[in-house]
Ligand binder design. Structure first.
Ligand code: HEC
Length: 263
């Protein structure tokens, strides 16, 4: 089986915003700082919101937890101590926040689409066209799924609350709807033609990303396992078939993309 590493984008291994911080913030903070309740103008629900900061500006200094108001208000070194009115985070929770900020405070990669010769991925709130020179096509709050039309002309991306479509050549946004999705496909006319859930199906094959970084290939008729592709690594967060269906691109949370040959 032929495979190669196409690119390894700048998301460091280690703590992940989506995997490690979001559950912790959900438990302790969303009552007061989320997309729909922003006390002090602070939204810690998404990476983009957290990096924007609150009334007094940014609360995270990437690479430096001990200079970040987010970390200092959690340890009690700075007022107002957080979470306000709740129990302090325990040592291991504080260590997670600290390690994430010290590691660069990056968003994980999620969502991958492939059409024609265009491969696009979501990274934090950005939708990025991959290749020798990467470019940001647009933004969607916390990208979950990305799709490219078969001719490579359009890219669609969905977050929790919205779905947007852009024309690749011009970067023009062609549509936006207030509806999120976990997976989607976009037609050559630029319209989002289907909103599906993972795993991904192509003909009689179903592929499913695993938390250990590998991909399981199943037979659609009886879901029997046919193969396990890839090597151990960060969790799979995006899958996309090439237009001819012969290759499968696999995105991992650390931003790396591998191309697997389908048999
Ligand atoms: C019960 C409500 C409540 C909860 C729960 C809460 N906060 Fe706060 N938070 C506040 C209030 C009120 C302020 C002060 C806002 C202001 O005056 O600008 C604040 C301010 C902050 C600030 C400083 C913002 C700035 O711009 O200086 C940070 C950082 C912060 N909170 C983080 C958190 C985190 C992280 C959690 C969860 C671990 C959390 N908070 C949980 C109510 C809350």
């Amino acid at each position: 089986m032929y495979r190669f590493l196409l690119f390894a984008a700048g998301v460091a291994a280690g703590q992940s915003f989506e995997r490690d911080l979001q559950p912790l913030f959900r438990k302790h903070c969303y009552n007061c700082h989320a997309a729909n309740v922003r006390i002090g103008s602070l939204d810690v629900e998404t990476h983009a919101g957290l990096m924007r900061g609150g009334n007094q500006g940014p609360v995270v200094v990437p690479g430096k937890a001990t200079a970040s108001r987010l970390y200092l208000t959690l340890t009690g070194a700075m007022e107002p101590v957080m979470p306000m009115g709740g129990a302090k985070l325990n040592e291991s929770e504080l260590a997670v926040v600290r390690a994430w900020i010290d590691g660069g405070a990056r968003a994980g990669a999620a969502g991958l689409g492939w059409g024609g010769n265009v491969l696009a991925a979501g990274r934090g709130g950005n939708v990025v066209i991959l290749g020798a020179s990467e470019r940001v096509l647009g933004t969607v709050g916390a990208v979950r799924a990305v799709a490219v039309s078969a001719d490579g002309k359009y890219v669609a991306a969905a977050g929790r609350l919205e779905t947007r479509v852009w024309e690749v050549a011009t970067g023009r946004e062609v549509s936006a709807v207030e509806r999120g999705a976990d997976a989607l496909t976009v037609g050559v006319d630029g319209r989002v033609v289907a909103v599906e859930r993972r795993p991904l199906r192509l003909g009689d094959r179903v592929v499913e990303g695993m938390d250990d970084g590998r991909v399981r290939v199943l037979r659609a008729s009886d879901m029997a396992e046919l193969a396990v592709l890839g090597t151990l690594g960060a969790p799979v967060t995006g899958l996309a078939f090439s237009s001819d269906g012969l290759r499968l691109a696999v995105l991992r949370e650390d931003g790396s993309v591998r191309i697997e040959e389908m048999q």
